[in-house]
Design a protein around this ligand. Structure first.
Ligand code: SF4
Length: 351
């Protein structure tokens, strides 16, 4: 099932995207399956959160969409164009301008020997957005002002180490904005920032969505922050998207046992963890994975069939779907679906 946006014309359509890596060598060559059959569409001015733990495949999706590596299977449609059929040339450069990426580590993504102004000038020049030094300087200052880095002339003359983590992430956002993107792929954009400045960066992203019509794929391991920023949330486990829904619906009525585990592990404001489900140990097997559900080794509801067959997608209505044998396809009102409400800790720990 494709997670579709209600709007008629999505900006990005991801169709059965897969990524496998070859590991080892000679007779020991094996396939690491990082991403299986991911399908969804991202609408204009929409924020989709991809939530999951390390190794779940969420950053792999972002890197495939940014064309930092080729997929093993599937399609990426940008405004209806199959961009994987376009050769690395002018068309590809235009796509990269339209689909920008923000990385987790704002310091690592900036070159310490260059000024902030230099970092913003480069994309402007590369994409032909300024044709003389005066226009270039004006655009750099305008970008810095847009992300609330003032006085712009002073900030432009600074080096990355002279800014705070939050300011550096704002520079990374300004750099992405330099080429007027339609989509920003934000890979854990606040996870390395102090808690006190996370909200400011998320609010900036929200404002830019409204002002510039930008859509975001927001990648995070923090399901509470997904609730704060995302229209829809998709949950990933072991390279599979296992559940997707409007964010509020997902938090109020999680269906997949893994989603419930994520929600129950959100720290409450007093700093403790409220885990209502047994957090069974076990890491998913990405190399030669066994048949069946990838969550079977950790799932408190595991059944025999879970170890034999991969669950089909069940439509739970209102844009909510899940891949779990507790919800056979067609059983919209499966009994397990409405048994749990969002924990108070998720309400409180939005970021
Ligand atoms: Fe658990 Fe089975 Fe559902 Fe997988 S398919 S999440 S093992 S109940």
């Amino acid at each position: 099932m494709t997670m579709t946006h209600p709007s008629a014309s999505p900006v990005l359509d991801v169709v059965s995207l897969g990524k496998y890596f070859t590991v080892g060598g000679g007779l020991r060559t094996q396939q690491l399956r990082a991403l299986h059959d991911a399908s969804f569409s991202l609408g204009e001015r929409e924020v989709i959160a991809l939530v999951g733990e390390s190794g779940s495949g969420k950053s792999t999706i972002a890197r495939l969409l940014a064309r930092l590596m080729p997929p093993s299977s599937g399609k990426i449609l940008f405004k209806g164009r199959d961009i994987l059929k376009e050769e690395p040339s002018r068309a590809s450069l235009a796509y990269r301008g339209q689909v920008q990426m923000i990385f987790q580590d704002p310091f690592g993504s900036l070159n310490p020997v260059h000024t902030i102004g230099y970092h913003l000038e480069r994309p402007l020049l590369l994409h032909g957005k300024a044709n003389n030094p005066a226009v270039l300087r004006e655009k750099v200052h305008s970008l810095l002002t847009t992300v609330d880095l003032n006085p712009a002339a002073e900030v432009a003359a600074k080096f990355p180490h002279q800014l705070s983590g939050g300011q550096r992430q704002r520079v990374a956002i300004a750099r992405a904005l330099a080429v007027d993107p339609s989509v920003i792929l934000a890979d854990e954009p606040i996870s390395m920032l102090d808690v006190s400045i996370r909200m400011g960066v998320l609010n900036l992203m929200e404002r830019l969505k409204e002002e510039r019509g930008i859509s975001y794929l927001y990648i995070t391991h923090d399901i509470a922050s997904a609730r704060y920023v995302a229209d829809r949330t998709m949950v990933m486990y072991a390279g599979h998207i296992v559940e997707g829904a409007p964010s509020e619906e997902l938090m109020q009525q999680p269906a997949h046992p893994y989603t419930k585990l994520l929600l129950s592990a959100v720290p409450d404001p007093q700093g403790s963890i409220r885990s209502e489900l047994p957090a069974r140990s076990g890491t998913p097997k990405l190399i030669n994975p066994p048949p069946g559900c990838p969550f079977a080794d950790r799932c408190p509801s595991v059944m025999n069939t879970c170890r034999e067959q991969m669950p089909e997608t069940a439509d739970l209505g209102s844009g909510h779907w899940v891949r779990c044998h507790l919800f056979p396809p067609g059983s919209v009102a499966a009994s397990a679906h409405h048994e749990r409400k969002v924990p108070a800790s998720v309400e409180a720990a939005a970021v």
